[in-house]
Write a protein of this length. Structure first.
Length: 543
């Protein structure tokens, strides 16, 4: 007899009620997962993937959310009809979940040790003192270096990739029957992605754990899943074995997803193009303090002797694992963290300037952050967000003038100016990132630090943002420092690549040469991990 599935979702619909109007965002979805099996749920933002997953554990905002149709059975138990006590026994124990945004999922007031220990204490009855060894083991498994030194860290003291690894450690702590992973590798570099996927497969083989894996990266689907369901507009439009769906897609939407890769190459740079940003032997060392008197006992060498030159219209890509110093390098160039070593911007030394002296130069140097939702004020309209720089830099300007300039910036990034009186929560992730780019270009800068601007976006939206950035660079002669762990995106946008590890440059060179003939073993490992996740890549090395 065929064993019954561990999880069975039948005819599930989800509706949200707002001001008396019910909007159906998931429409009669059905799938099942057997023990030891991995089902991938793929589709663009807004397709209903996460809402479907949250319904399994009843984590939606009830009663605003409702289920007009459907049934969810886990081990034969009716999840939708279960009371809160029953759900609490299952959540975090039999079913665990890794959320996409770890900073909002981890408690900012508790240490990493306390948060992982709480899971063990509640469901296994292990005291905090006895749980310490298990916590260190879990952190080692998910690739946290020197885990014992991280136990007393708070979430804000970790990088985005490190926070996501902590979330995965929490999810695996009790060896669940079902792991729901909502974009669990989005914030991770390719080598850690490969490490995490291997870890999940090892746990699965050892324990028989089932997985519902939500992602927009079809390369990862190929690496980890047995079957795949493709969602759009709240419906499953195609499903089947991974090999069948990825090599012989039947639905037009699946074909569109497979074709959505960043394409093209960087704009060429003139040999005599003027230098915009230059740094020599740049260092950013953070002191390690211990004891009652907070004595400095050592330093974290986040950036250790990095030199670079960026010309007008050029893109320098910076790649490396989480914690390698990529973001700190960008912040140092913008003088947002203290550093040592000369920094020259537009021919002027800025490393010794005061913040007041730097302010007039700020309009010419801007930044786009990784998380567009976190970097946009939820209390400000889009018009106010984009115009804020004008208010600070140019004093009082008439409202009509501001709106005209904001409208032009929105058009330049592919958004309708009629949207400017709306708020960030009313936009998709891709639209929010376009708004962040509009805010960065509105003052006519010469240099922009792009810190993982595409990592949280769907592959099709990533391709659009790459095209947008390349077009803006060509028309405005912008110079970019492009920080990313996604080597496919870097290959499409960067003229020159710097590979960082532990604060140092291990290799650098022209993009084509570095991709085709990497010299350092670490670079080869990064490229190998990235290329392993390419099921359908027309831009592969040597093509």
């Amino acid at each position: 007899m065929t064993p019954s599935p561990l999880l069975s979702v039948s005819d599930l619909s989800v509706a949200f009620t707002n001001s008396g109007n019910a909007v159906r965002v998931v429409d009669r979805v059905s799938f099942s997962i057997k023990r030891g099996e991995t089902l991938a749920l793929v589709g663009e933002s807004g397709s209903g993937k996460s809402v479907t997953a949250l319904s399994i554990l009843k984590l939606l905002a009830y009663p605003a959310a409702s289920h007009p149709t459907g049934e969810i059975l886990f081990n034969g138990q009716d999840m939708l009809g279960m009371d809160e006590d029953g759900l609490c026994r299952i959540r975090g124990n039999a079913i665990t979940m890794v959320f996409q945004e770890p900073m909002t999922s981890l408690n900012p007031l508790h240490t990493i040790e306390r948060q992982i220990g709480e899971i063990l204490e509640i469901h296994q009855g292990i005291s905090r003192q006895k749980a310490r060894g298990r916590i260190i083991e879990l952190l080692e498994q998910v690739g946290i270096r020197d885990p014992e030194s991280r136990l007393e860290s708070f979430p804000h003291q970790l990088s985005g990739g490190q926070r996501q690894r902590v979330m995965i450690a929490m999810a695996l702590a009790n060896e669940p029957d079902l792991l729901i992973a909502d974009e669990p590798t989005t914030a991770l570099d390719v080598t850690v992605q490969a490490q995490i996927l291997r870890l999940l497969k090892e746990v699965q083989q050892r324990t028989g754990m089932a997985m519902l894996f939500i992602t927009h990266d079809l390369g990862i689907v190929q690496a980890i899943a047995d079957r795949v369901c493709v969602m759009t507009d709240g419906k499953i439009v195609e499903e089947g074995l991974v090999a069948d769906v990825l090599t012989r897609p039947q639905h037009a939407y699946t074909q569109k997803l497979l074709a959505a890769e960043p394409k093209g190459r960087a704009n060429p740079v003139a040999i005599d193009a003027p230098v915009v940003m230059q740094a020599d032997n740049l260092k950013v060392w953070f002191p390690i303090k211990r004891g009652l008197l907070r004595k400095t006992i050592g330093h974290i060498k986040a950036v250790d002797g990095v030199s670079l030159t960026i010309r007008e219209g050029e893109t320098i890509g910076v790649v490396g694992e989480s914690g390698s110093g990529k973001t700190t390098l960008g912040l140092a160039l913008l003088r947002l963290v203290h550093s040592e070593g000369p920094i020259v911007f537009l021919g002027k030394a800025i490393d010794a300037l005061s913040q007041n002296a730097l302010r007039p130069l700020r309009r010419s140097m801007q930044v786009v952050f990784q998380d567009p939702y976190g970097s946009l004020s939820p209390r400000m309209s889009i018009a106010d967000i984009v115009a804020e720089g004008m208010t600070v830099q140019e004093g009082i300007r008439s409202l009509a003038d501001q709106r005209e300039i904001v409208a032009k910036a929105l058009v330049d990034v592919g958004l309708n100016p009629d949207m400017m009186d709306r708020y960030p929560h009313e936009f998709s992730g891709g639209q929010r990132q376009r708004i962040a780019i509009a805010r960065a270009i509105v003052l006519g800068p010469k240099f922009i630090v792009l810190d993982e601007p595409t990592s949280a976006l769907d592959r099709s939206i990533q391709a659009q943002i790459v095209d947008l950035l390349r077009g803006l660079q060509e028309t405005r002669r912008l110079s970019y420092l492009f920080i990313s762990h996604d080597l496919r995106v870097v290959q499409a946008l960067a003229n020159h690549i710097i590979v960082m590890r532990d604060g140092k440059v291990v290799e650098q060179g022209e993009t084509g040469a570095l991709f085709n003939a990497p010299q350092d073993a670490y670079t080869r490992a990064l490229l190998a991990a990235a290329l392993d996740f390419r099921p359908h890549d027309s831009n592969s090395v040597g093509s």
